[in-house]
Design a protein around this ligand. Structure first.
Ligand code: ZN
Length: 253
């Protein structure tokens, strides 16, 4: 059995800045392999609260460099490697996170890790016995990839930050469980704000028909709309059971 724990469910500037929801990313454990996906601000603190030990992590995945997905990356690398005493753990991140002016992983920490792997589109990766794939490149201001994990024989797709586009669907087809970052209740008027809204999620669920869907990474318009009610309405409309994640929610697979 695998488990997924939502250490935080905040998305976008305001909800993260005010900590209206926590922003700790997602902890995944499967057959002794432990990883943290998108270590946003406070991940280290939320892990301590949940008695999850960072030095027991095998890897960290950062889907893109935005702060709500990566702020605690460096401290977690330090904690995972016990300050470099033990060279261990893998870090997966897009090229942009390693090179260039938006690089987020501090150079002095890099040799502490066992390996750094660059995420590219539609590629298979391994962390211990755990296998995952990247999606096509998402439409988002930063270089962003969704993650499809194989957990207990199920395919679990993390549809992270993106504008909706039809090419997105192919990457997540066949996922039994979809976890979607739904920042917006309605589409944003500005084309620069590239996030999913509820209507996009409805379309994705109708087209892909997973066994189950989880909404997370809520911005202010979603918090105001009440994510639980949004999830119930989506369940009724699509026939797919939809849950709105809460901070600390655990999913067994
Ligand atoms: Zn983002």
């Amino acid at each position: 059995m695998a488990r997924i724990k939502f250490l935080g469910t905040a998305g976008a500037r305001y909800v993260v800045a005010r900590q209206l929801r926590a922003s700790g990313g997602v902890y995944v454990e499967d057959a002794g392999t432990r990883l943290l996906l998108d270590p946003g601000p406070g991940t280290l603190v939320y892990m301590a609260r949940e008695k999850l030990r960072p030095e027991k992590l095998h890897g960290l995945i950062v889907t893109h460099v935005h702060l709500d997905h990566s702020a605690d990356l460096n401290i977690l690398v330090d904690a995972m490697t016990e300050g470099g005493l033990k060279r261990r753990g893998k870090v997966f991140l897009p090229r942009e996170g390693l090179y260039g002016e938006n690089a987020i992983l501090l150079p002095y920490l890099r040799p502490y890790t066992e390996e750094i792997q660059i995420l590219v589109p539609q590629q298979e990766y391994r962390l211990g016995d755990l296998v995952f794939r990247t999606s096509v490149r998402h439409h988002h201001p930063a270089e962003t990839y969704g993650i499809i994990l194989e957990l207990s024989g199920k395919r679990v797709g993390f549809v992270v930050d993106t504008l909706y586009f039809p090419g997105l669907l192919e990457s997540y087809r066949g996922c039994q469980i979809l976890i979607l970052n739904v920042v917006r209740y309605k589409p944003h008027p500005s084309p620069q704000v590239q996030h999913l809204c509820v209507a996009n999620v409805k379309e994705i669920l109708e087209k892909l028909r997973p066994e189950k869907a989880v909404l997370t990474h809520f911005g202010m318009t979603m918090i105001r709309a009440n994510p639980k009610q949004v999830a119930q309405k989506l369940s009724r409309e699509t026939g797919v059971p939809v849950t709105a994640a809460w901070d600390g929610m655990e999913l067994e697979i």
